[in-house]
Design a protein around this ligand. Structure first.
Ligand code: MG
Length: 397
């Protein structure tokens, strides 16, 4: 599909707490990934080069930054704009900002619909370009009744009714004008952008939506979505890794992805981050992808002094390439010094960031060898790691 004229507008300013968990639903997780991060990924899978304008609630800035940082999509995102009191006001704020992008077509999407398929996005983009305004609709399958006072008053003909999804696609200039007019007229009661467009006199074309493109709303929606995602990742594998680096001259060590001031350094070809090396091998082991030396030969001058997050990130990329998920990593650092305790949380945070997973999926422990052996004699640091990875079931059947 041609994405050169396209910009996405993601509406993520809602408080959406009906789903439980005490935070807005777009920041909740499904199988380890935030809803918002999944939504960004779904849009970028369809259109990698299209910019994304997001509207957020000002109170959610920290949640937003964390979701973006772990989803690895920051490069495609325009700075978020603060939303208004209603969805309609939030969309207007987003459109005003998106209009600086020089794109013609905008796809307005609810953050809580993270299962939008590439096919649906492509069809909406195509229809929006052809017709100026297009929305995905689904036929109503249940019988519909008029009710009042707890009693059925009559039937409703469902043949003329449809439920409406997002993304909804529009000519950017036209929908921006429609939203401005609605705001000027004091109309704040529109439920979606198709309603604003229609009120402003724009004909709105329909295409067939996707039943899988659900809007996550209730706790049950989240439970079902989580089960569905995990059920597809039923091939569970474990890998282990082990590494040692010797102390040498220096005044700091790299360990667990952070720099720690110490009275010695660690010697090695790269930055000698023994913890990240063990972890990289554990992940490679879990997917049967060889070891760190095979991917990053130690005699290759390219890796001299390299920051080891490159190695770990590559292992995570290989897992993602298998459409897998890193379920958990567990790391043990073995040394007499430096003391790991004061740095444990910073290391967990950094590793979670590199692997793009939540911190509760990263375990980090430390131990000594009671002054026995090379670690006990403070000659070096050892690290061992285990990684649990979930892969799509049946991929190799
Ligand atoms: Mg090593």
């Amino acid at each position: 599909m041609d994405c050169s004229n396209l910009i996405f507008l993601v509406v993520a300013a809602g408080r959406g707490q009906r789903a439980g968990a005490g935070i807005p639903k777009q920041y909740r997780r499904i199988a380890g990934k935030t809803v918002l991060g999944r939504t960004f990924r779904a849009l970028l899978d369809a259109c990698p080069e299209a910019p994304i304008q997001t509207v957020i609630h000002p109170d959610d800035r920290a949640l937003y930054d964390a979701a973006v940082s772990e989803s690895g999509v920051a490069g495609s995102l325009l700075p978020p704009v603060p939303g208004g009191d209603t969805r309609q006001a939030s969309v207007l704020a987003g459109l005003e900002s998106a209009s600086c992008s020089n794109k013609n077509i905008v796809l307005i999407h609810d953050a809580a619909r993270c299962f939008a398929s590439t096919d649906l996005i492509a069809r909406i983009a195509g229809s929006a370009a052809t017709f100026g305004a297009a929305v995905p609709v689904l036929p109503v399958t249940d019988a519909l009744k008029n009710i009042s006072g707890g009693k059925v008053r009559g039937d409703v003909d469902r043949a003329e009714l449809a439920s409406v999804q997002t993304p909804q696609g529009f000519l950017l200039a036209s929908i921006l004008e429609a939203h401005r007019k609605a705001a000027e007229a004091g109309r704040t009661d529109f439920h979606d952008d198709a309603a604003v467009a229609l009120w402003a006199g724009m004909p709105v074309h329909t295409i067939i939506g996707d039943p899988a493109n659900i809007k996550l709303t209730t706790p049950e929606d989240f439970t079902l979505a989580e089960l569905r995602q995990l059920a597809g990742l039923a091939d569970i594998r474990t890998g282990t890794g082990f590494d040692v680096h010797a102390f040498g001259p220096g005044d700091r060590v790299w360990l667990g992805g952070i720099e720690i001031v110490h009275d010695q350094g660690l010697t090695g070809h790269s930055d000698a981050d023994v913890a990240l090396h063990a972890l990289t091998d554990a992940l490679l082991g879990a997917i049967g992808a060889g070891d760190i030396g095979a991917h990053f030969p130690p005699n290759d001058p390219k890796w001299r002094g390299a920051a080891s997050d490159i190695f770990l990130r590559e292992a995570a990329r290989l897992v993602a390439g298998r459409r897998g998920m890193i379920a958990h990593v567990d790391l043990t650092i073995i040394c007499e010094a430096p003391k790991i305790g004061p740095h444990r949380e910073a290391m967990r945070k950094r590793i979670a960031e590199i692997l793009e997973i939540s911190e509760d999926r990263v375990s980090l422990k430390a131990t000594t060898t009671e002054k026995l052996g090379f670690t006990g004699r403070r000659e070096g640091i050892a690290a061992q790691a285990a990684a649990t990875v979930r892969l799509p079931a049946g991929d190799d059947l």
